[in-house]
Ligand binder design. Structure first.
Ligand code: 0A1
Ligand code: ZN
Length: 862
């Protein structure tokens, strides 16, 4: 966060234990928006072997008022913009520091800040040092007692971690609350909330019969949107008891929603703070996707209570220890909530799509890093899809190698060994290995080597013997030219040979061959089933075989994958879909036994960002048009079928967010898109009717999106109506901005979207300081509308650069995310590259770049 001239690089290999530990913390905070005073009393202890070492505390963006050691004022210290150093200290002492900060001026949303008149904190990764001077590192764990003081009228609710001990009236309109958290925790899990909020609450009994108070705190206008979050929390608590035997350890668990937040949510002990986007939901304002996101983010933060809080990270290089594992847990939870085997497969496909669209490009670009990075300049830049989603894949592979039971044994041992500790990724793998007596030494390369491995698949069939040779490689990534072979678990099955069942092959060498003798005919290989390993398969499987997989594979993932490959070949080779494929697709669309949600995914073409990864030089307009052509062909060839699908998948009656109903809506809305794309003239009226009669956001927005994307006649009127209807609901207005920022380009006028975005930038509802709103327009245009953004001219890239710079001064984290939009610039065709490069250089020449933005831009240009 600190603005630096010369960037400092932090190395994993530099880890040293702290010279001091903090046993307990007593905070007394007088909350005033313009100037908040923090009195911090810490019981300090010198670590063994650190005699004569000074105490170096982190601290940023605050005014130091006083320092006391055992009650005595100290004046000999060194103060820098980032630290406070004290010398000649005893081994055990009380350190008391008073400081002040200005929450209402804090636009970075790190540390203590004000949002819509209320106070919130965000301390991960290094925000606590903006609240008080501290050893702000995750391996320093202390117990906290927190006294909050504020004007009662303005801040009637005062919350912090743990249990409420006392509340008092203080006179002059002030009141106070004292909170105690019995569990030692690192400072990044500290939180406070103060303001005008209301809660819904429920009490439940946990597995062992203890009563628990659950609360969801929001602004009063949002109380009618809290039920789904509460239901999701209760379901998460139950799931963690059943699947992992993990119980809620506090008597009270709170979720609070805030409209200004940099990320999705934060797992502060007992007081999770959420972006409103991932809490608030009611049928009229939240889509099925929103409902699903609320469920999985609530679960994710709750699951952190064990994987992250009870057992935390030794240092930030170990971030995937908690994030990869917790994403794996929330993915498994959401898969189970789908309520069927086909639902589990749908969830798996959705997760793999994200991995391929976002993580694979990251792994191939200038910011590529192992899930456990070896270095960083700004830790905030490492909350990445690699650490989270690839990290989850690495945990999933361990479950695949050990089996579900073996994995559970490993988890049990992990908690038995490390409860209450700050540990490393090595400790996690050691628990898995030891609990199962399995050697995972080579497997650990997944933690240290970046890049997406490729596995080449070559088959032969001679005299009844089938052979498949698997050869692995991994492209060079920044700082890692040569890679050692990975330990890759590949689930496979030979189709055609009725006796064959699914097998696990552990590919550990550069090249290995599987031999199956005694077959009457060549089988069809179904490999990397359920995406058992996050790799790219180089496999020129004949189209005839892909068609067989599409029709018959019992692994739903690979059935979907076969369709994706066939579509991809058409798009990249500019080749029409052949008749046999079209009729197979028609049969799938009409197959009553198949899950509509699965069909929706099957007919969704590979994303442009994934297609970019398939070519050596990216011509984004050519890819955009080729993809549209294939989609147009799918739309036209199956027009009658889309009409049937549209009518067949209506969900009359009151809205239910369950997976089955959501699947029907998603297929129905895809059908509406396809009808529009096929040029079916009644689409305009059908979409307009759906827009007007919808009783839920999925259908209303789904119809609006079709009208807007295909420029149908009711588009403008419905867009205005939508704004008018939802003008007081920020999250829906975000959708209104995002839809226009991501609208499909008119091939005759490719700059129209930019013109529209520039106009929206001046709209009275646009506010660049609010991260959700900034992302709904700026990030959406630059990162989710490749057809409109990637033009062979300077304008769009200049727009991007100007916004990175503007955001850099307001909120470096939001700016740095946007800065990633040009990561893959070196892969683009020269007529794009020139403009991308000047835009990157324009940013790099700015003064006062935050360390967040500087790191991203500098790595891109290197
Ligand atoms: N630990 C959180 C993610 C998170 C990280 C940094 C933040 O600060 C801006 C906020 C949230 C999670 O995984 O949900
Ligand atoms: Zn997390």
């Amino acid at each position: 966060m600190a603005r630096t001239e010369t960037p400092v690089t932090f190395l994993r290999s530099d880890y040293k234990e702290p010279a001091f530990t903090i046993k307990s913390v007593d905070l007394d905070i007088a909350l005033i928006p313009a100037r908040t005073i923090v009195v911090n009393r810490m019981m300090m202890q010198r670590s063994a072997g650190s005699q004569n070492q000074p105490l170096v505390l982190h601290g940023e963006e605050q005014e130091l008022v006083s320092v006391r050691v055992n009650g005595e004022i100290i004046r000999e210290y060194e103060l820098t913009p980032q630290s406070l150093t004290l010398h000649n200290l005893p081994d055990n002492f009380e350190l008391s520091i008073t400081s002040a900060n200005a929450p209402e001026k804090n636009t970075t949303l790190m540390g203590l800040y004000v949002s819509n008149g209320n106070f919130f904190t965000q301390c991960e990764a290094e925000g606590f040092r903006r609240i008080t001077y501290f050893l702000d590192r995750p391996d320093v764990m202390a117990t906290y007692q927190v006294t909050l003081r504020a004007l009662k009228n303005d801040f009637p609710v005062l919350l912090s971690n743990g249990n409420l001990i006392k509340q008092e009236e203080l006179g002059n309109g002030w009141h106070s609350a004292v909170w105690q958290d019995p569990f030692p925790k690192p400072s990044y899990l500290f939180a406070l909330v103060a303001g005008k909020l209301q809660a819904i609450q429920r009490t439940i009994k946990s597995q062992s019969g203890k009563e628990k108070l659950l609360q969801v705190w929001v602004e009063s206008k949002d109380l009618d949107k809290t039920e789904h979050a509460m239901d999701s929390l209760i379901a998460s608590i139950k799931w963690d008891e059943e699947r992992f035997g993990l119980e809620l350890d506090l008597d009270r668990f709170m979720i609070v929603a805030v409209g200004d937040f940099n990320m999705g949510a934060m797992e502060n002990k007992g007081l999770n703070i959420f972006n409103t986007k991932f809490v608030l939901a009611k049928p009229e304002t939240a889509s099925d996707v929103d409902y699903g996101n609320v469920e999985s983010v609530v679960a994710h933060e709750y699951f952190h209570n064990w994987t992250g809080n009870r057992v935390t990270c030794r240092d930030w290089f170990q971030l995937s220890l908690k994030e990869g594992l917790t994403v794996f847990r929330d993915q498994e939870f959401s898969a189970d909530q789908m309520g069927s085997e086909s639902g589990r497969a749908v969830k798996r496909i959705e997760d793999v799509r994200v991995l391929r669209q976002v993580q694979f490009p990251e792994d191939a670009g200038p910011m590529a890093h192992p899930i456990r990075p070896d270095s960083y300049q700004e830790i905030n830049n490492f909350y990445t899809v690699t650490v989270y989603e690839k990290g989850s894949e690495v945990v999933r592979m361990q479950q695949t190698l050990l089996g579900r039971e073996g994995f559970r044994k490993g988890m049990d041992l992990y908690f038995k060994r490390h409860d209450g500790q700050a540990v490393t990724c090595d400790d996690f793998v050691a628990a898995m290995a030891d609990a199962n007596q399995k050697d995972l030494t080579q497997f650990k390369r997944w933690y240290s080597q970046a890049g997406t491995p490729r596995v080449k698949v070559e088959e032969s069939f001679v005299s009844g013997t089938y052979q498949v040779t698997l050869t692995q490689s991994c492209p060079a990534t920044p700082g890692q030219d040569k890679k050692e072979p990975f330990h890759i678990p590949l689930l496979y099955r030979l189709i055609g040979d009725s006796a064959s069942s699914e097998q696990l092959f552990e590919l550990t060498e550069s090249s290995q061959t599987i031999t199956v003798p005694g077959l009457s005919k060549k089988p069809v290989l179904s490999i990397n089933r359920n995406f058992s390993a996050p790799v790219v398969l180089d496999f020129e499987q004949p189209e005839s075989e892909l068609l067989i997989l599409l029709k018959e594979d019992d692994d739903a993932f690979n059935r979907w994958e076969a369709a994706q490959k066939l579509f991809m070949r058409s798009i990249l080779n500019g080749k029409a879909l052949d008749a046999e494929l079209v009729s197979a697709l028609r049969a799938i669309l009409r197959d009553a036994a198949l899950d509509p949600a699965f069909k929706d995914l099957l007919f969704t073409l590979p994303a442009e960002s994934y297609l970019y990864e398939q070519v050596s030089v990216i011509d984004p307009q050519a890819i955009h048009q080729a993809r549209r052509q294939v989609r147009g062909q799918l739309a036209t060839a199956l027009q009658d079928d889309w009409l049937w699908a549209y009518q067949e998948h209506q969900t009359p009656g009151s809205y239910k967010p369950d997976a089955k109903s959501a699947g029907k809506r998603s297929l129905k809305n895809l059908a509406l898109n396809m009808l529009a794309d096929s040029g079916y003239t009644k689409t305009d009226d059908i979409a307009f009717a759906q827009y007007q009669s919808a009783n839920n956001m999925t259908d209303q927005y789904g119809a609006l999106a079709v009208l807007v994307n295909f420029s149908l006649s009711h588009a403008q009127a419905c867009l205005s109506n939508f704004h008018e209807q939802f003008k007081s609901d920020a999250l829906v207005i975000d959708k209104w901005f995002a839809l226009q920022a991501t609208r499909q380009i008119d091939l005759q006028d490719t700059s129209a979207v930019l013109t529209n975005v520039l106009a929206l930038r001046k709209h009275p509802d646009f506010n660049i300081k609010n991260p959700n709103r900034a992302r709904s327009l700026i990030h959406a245009f630059c990162m989710n509308n490749p057809g409109a953004f990637h033009q062979p001219s300077a304008e769009t890239y200049q727009f991007w650069a100007e916004h990175v710079i503007e955001l850099n001064h307001i909120n470096p984290q939001v700016a740095a995310r946007l800065a990633r939009a040009l990561d893959r610039w070196k892969q683009f065709a020269p007529n794009y590259q020139v403009h991308m490069k000047s835009a990157l250089e324009f940013i790099s020449k700015q003064m006062n770049l935050s360390s967040d933005v500087a790191e991203v831009i500098q790595k891109a240009l290197n």
